[in-house]
Design a binder for this molecule. Sequence first.
Ligand SMILES: Nc1ncnc2c1ncn2[C@@H]1O[C@H](COP(=O)(O)OP(=O)(O)OP(=O)(O)O)[C@@H](O)[C@H]1O
Length: 306
Amino acid sequence: MITVEHLTKRYGAFTAVSDVSFTCVPGTVTGFLGPNGAGKSTTMRMISALTPPTSGTTTVNGVAFRDLPNPGRHIGVLLDASAQHAGRSGREILSLSAQLLGVGQKRVDAMLELVGLAGAPEKRRVGNYSLGMRQRLGLAHALLGDPSVLMLDEPANGLDPEGIFWMRGVLRDFADRGGTVMLSSHLLREVEAVADHLVVIGNGKIVADGSKEDLLHAGGLYVRGLDPATLEKALTEAGLSVQPTRDGGFSVASDAETIGRTALAAGVVLLELRAADSGGLEEMFLRLTSNHDTFGSNPDSSKDAA
Ligand SMILES: Nc1ncnc2c1ncn2[C@@H]1O[C@H](COP(=O)(O)OP(=O)(O)OP(=O)(O)O)[C@@H](O)[C@H]1O
């Protein structure tokens, strides 16, 4: 479990993270979404005690990170896959950490196997690894202490489509066995397939927080009829909120029965009536974040003010 309460980080006059609160609960994958510069990494650095907050608190399984005895046994963290010593081999890096964590070499073997680096790749220097291989090593490193919580910053960076699919499987499996997963991304599609809970951040502020289902539902239903103009008129006259989509259909904030009956009464043949698909979530994501400038241009500040 990760709990974040009223977390704020200021650099001089610039507010990178502003009064952020959310929780990531066991058995779920939380996607932490936001455009570049939204404050995702800063939040994760505060959760893992790498950056001190200006105000607010964070806990992992109810305990502040810095008070955790042997934190790697509770939370596996992957913030920067390239932060490992470039001159050491993948196996050496995991073996050294295993000693610190107090786990045996068998765990190192198992993690190398899990992430597909067992054999020749484990003996190569990390400086010669591709970014995708570093992400795999970073995941092995995060899992090494057999933690109950995983926190990963943009773990899909550098992975090929097969690697992304594989990573999703590992994270889903971890959560299905009762673990807590928090992963960040600036791409909705990347987390949509694996997350059950979404927290969206824009310009340091939380702009949406809910189950993926609820946020999808917030996109309403999608309806398309043979006579779009008559359909739109009927739905609007029924007092429903109707948003035209690019393909001649409409997003409607209502239930299927109401929309179906309204169309029937207007004599419009329906061609489609279904939950708005992820396009609705994508539009919501773009809409939610579009008003929030990226790269640190707070209206009241400049990031250079640190
Ligand atoms: N040490 C620092 N001093 C000043 N500003 C900083 C510092 N660290 C981060 N920032 C600023 O805080 C804002 C949030 O940065 P952060 O790295 O948390 O964003 P992010 O959501 O992780 O973005 P990305 O997807 O690009 O990694 C940015 O505007 C960044 O420039």
